[in-house]
Design a protein around this ligand. Structure first.
Ligand SMILES: CC(C)(COP(=O)(O)OP(=O)(O)OC[C@H]1O[C@@H](n2cnc3c(N)ncnc32)[C@H](O)[C@@H]1OP(=O)(O)O)[C@@H](O)C(=O)NCCC(=O)NCCS
Length: 144
C-alpha cells in the first residue's frame, strides 16, 4: 500500500471510489479541473495498482484550505486509511503555511462527523441546504 500525490491516470479509480462512497454527484470534469490549482492537495492511497482512497483539498484563502472530498473504498474502511490521508493532507497544508482547514459534512453523516472530530475538527455551524438534494451541511474547522 502506498500514499502518494494524485496523477491524471488515477482519475477513473478516484471517480469510482467517489461514486461508490459519496452521495453528492459531481461533474466528472471537476476532478480534472482541480489538478492545476494545488496538486499537492490531492492525495491517494494505492493498493495492488488501484486507488482505494483519496482526499481532494483546495486552498481557499492565503492561510486556509478546504477538504472537498474524502472517501475510502468500503472494503478498506476502519483500517486507518482515512486518518492517514487526512494527516498527510495536514502535512501538505503545513508546507504551504496553511493554518486552518475547513470542510462540510452532511448533517446526517454522523460517522464522518465522529471521524473528523477525532482528528481535531470542531463544529462551527450548520449550513442550510448545502447539498444539492436539500440536506443541510455541517461546517467543521481545524486549526493546524
Ligand atoms: C469517513 C471515512 C473517510 C473514514 O475513513 P476510514 O479509513 O474508515 O477511517 P479510519 O479507519 O481512519 O477511522 C478512524 C476513526 O474514525 C471513526 N470512524 C470512521 N468512520 C466511522 C463511521 N462510519 N462511524 C463511526 N465512526 C467512524 C472511528 O471511530 C475510527 O476510530 P477507531 O480507530 O477507534 O475505530 C470513510 O468512512 C468513508 O469513506 N465514508 C464515506 C464517505 C464520507 O462520508 N466521506 C466524508 C465526508 S466528505
Amino acid at each position: 500500500m502506498q500514499i502518494r500525490h494524485f496523477q491524471n491516470r488515477d482519475l477513473a479509480d478516484v471517480w469510482q471510489v467517489a461514486m461508490d462512497s459519496l452521495r453528492e454527484r459531481y461533474d466528472p470534469s471537476l476532478f480534472a479541473q482541480l489538478v492545476p490549482y494545488w496538486p499537492e492537495g490531492l492525495l491517494v492511497i494505492e493498493d495492488m495498482g488501484r486507488v482505494v482512497a483519496f482526499v481532494f483539498g483546495v486552498m481557499s484563502g492565503v492561510s486556509q484550505a478546504r477538504v472537498l472530498m474524502l472517501a475510502v473504498d468500503r472494503r478498506y474502511r476502519g483500517a486507518g486509511l482515512g486518518t492517514l490521508l487526512t494527516q498527510e493532507f495536514f502535512r501538505e497544508c503545513a508546507k504551504k503555511g496553511i493554518s486552518q482547514v475547513s470542510l462540510e459534512v452532511r448533517v446526517g453523516n454522523i460517522g464522518a462527523q465522529r471521524f473528523y472530530t477525532r482528528l481535531g475538527f470542531f463544529i462551527v455551524r450548520r449550513v442550510s441546504r448545502y447539498y444539492s438534494d436539500g440536506e443541510d451541511g455541517v461546517l467543521l474547522l481545524r486549526y493546524l
